[in-house]
Design a protein around this ligand. Structure first.
Ligand code: PEP
Ligand code: MN
Length: 360
């Protein structure tokens, strides 16, 4: 079922401006007034105008630094007054929302542990009702796109229309170099379902280590995402949370300048003619693929009827293994996992069709 969202695009929020990437930057956590102001100055100096800082921190272990709480909101207000930046922070409860409204926070984001929790999402949506604060929703820690969409729907139903998402990757027990599995496939799926949503990547929480920030940020730009949320601290080695993944404002500037930003499209006439011709070829090939798949299913149906007449079971695993080995051997330049995935999908459908015949 398609879940519609009624969105005001970020180009109409008044402060996310092109060119890409729109960048939200600032420390993982607000720690002291000096650290908040010094970091903001470093970022404002090269044109960052949306500042982030965690005020309430969702930490794995109790006793870790859990954020400075409400006094930090005064420092954010000072950032607004001093540097003209918009400020944003994470909210995870009604109390956080009310405090943010009171102190004039411009944008709030929902953390990955919170977007995974429908009770909290509803509480936050109810507390935000009647405001038009932009809300950015991080993907849930687990790769569940419906939970992510559901979080957006709850906000939308409460009348919030300035909505965006932040892709920050997923918890995993797999041995990967990053803190979280980038799982870009889900970002692509989300983007194609809701192209009107402001779409940020959070390379910091994906990476867990500043040495991976450039490659992940570049990947986000290559996928055509709108912006980046990056953690930046005036003195990362002393940060009270996420020290390894934070960058100085100067290093963030260097990173942003090293990104290669390709256009999402081009007005060049030669490009337009060329891409149209290539797309027309793809359309013809897709038509042929569909016709071939249909022919193949027709044969499957006949096999199903034949097996039924002869009282033979539908699935013969050894036969399927042979087919799979055969097609993989002939895969040519196609990757094995791809060929395997395509043929397994065809086989599943074929079994479904044959079962239909058996039961029919
Ligand atoms: C954060 O942005 O500081 C944070 C806690 O992120 P996440 O919810 O993605 O873990
Ligand atoms: Mn952090």
């Amino acid at each position: 079922m398609a879940h519609e969202l009624d969105i005001i695009p970020s180009s109409e929020w008044g402060f996310f401006t092109l060119p890409r990437p729109m960048c939200i930057a600032g420390p993982c956590s607000a720690e002291t007034e000096e650290q908040v102001m010094e970091t903001a100055k470093g970022l404002a100096d090269f044109g960052i105008h949306v500042y982030r800082a965690g005020i309430w921190k969702p930490r794995t272990h109790p006793g870790s630094f859990e954020g400075v709480g409400t006094p930090g909101l005064r420092w954010l207000r000072k950032v607004k007054e001093t540097y003209g930046m918009k400020v944003c922070t994470e909210v995870a409860s009604e109390k956080h929302v009310l405090e943010c409204i009171k102190y004039g926070v411009d944008v709030v984001w929902i953390g990955a542990r919170t977007s995974a929790n429908p009770f909290l999402m509803q509480e936050i949506a109810d507390a935000l009702e009647g405001t038009d604060i932009p809300v950015l929703v991080k993907n849930p820690v687990n790769p569940d796109i419906d939970l992510w969409v559901g979080a957006l729907e709850r906000l939308n139903r409460a009348g919030l229309r300035k909505l965006g998402v932040i892709h920050r990757g997923f918890s995993t027990s797999a041995p990967i170099p990053y803190r979280n599995d980038p799982g870009w496939k889900m970002a692509i799926e989300m983007r194609s379902r809701y192209p009107q949503l402001a779409f940020f990547a959070d390379p910091s929480h994906m990476a867990g280590d500043r040495k991976y920030l450039l490659e992940l940020s570049q990947r986000a730009m290559d996928l055509g995402l709108d912006g980046l949320m990056v953690e930046s601290h005036c003195d990362p080695s002393c940060a009270l949370s996420d020290a390894k993944q934070q960058l100085t404002p100067r290093d963030l500037q260097t990173l942003l300048e090293s990104l290669v930003i390709r256009d999402n499209t081009s007005d060049n006439e030669d490009y337009k003619d060329g891409i149209e011709a290539l797309r027309a070829s793809i359309d013809v090939i897709d038509d042929n693929l569909l016709k071939l798949l249909k022919d193949r299913m027709d044969v499957s149906r006949k096999i199903g009827a034949y097996k039924k007449d002869h009282n033979v079971a539908i699935i013969q695993a050894s036969r399927w293994e042979q087919v799979l080995e055969g097609v993989k051997a002939k895969a040519g330049g196609l990757s094995e996992p791809f060929v395997e995935a395509v043929f397994n999908a065809i086989h599943d459908e074929s079994v479904r069709v044959q079962n239909g015949i058996l039961e029919g």
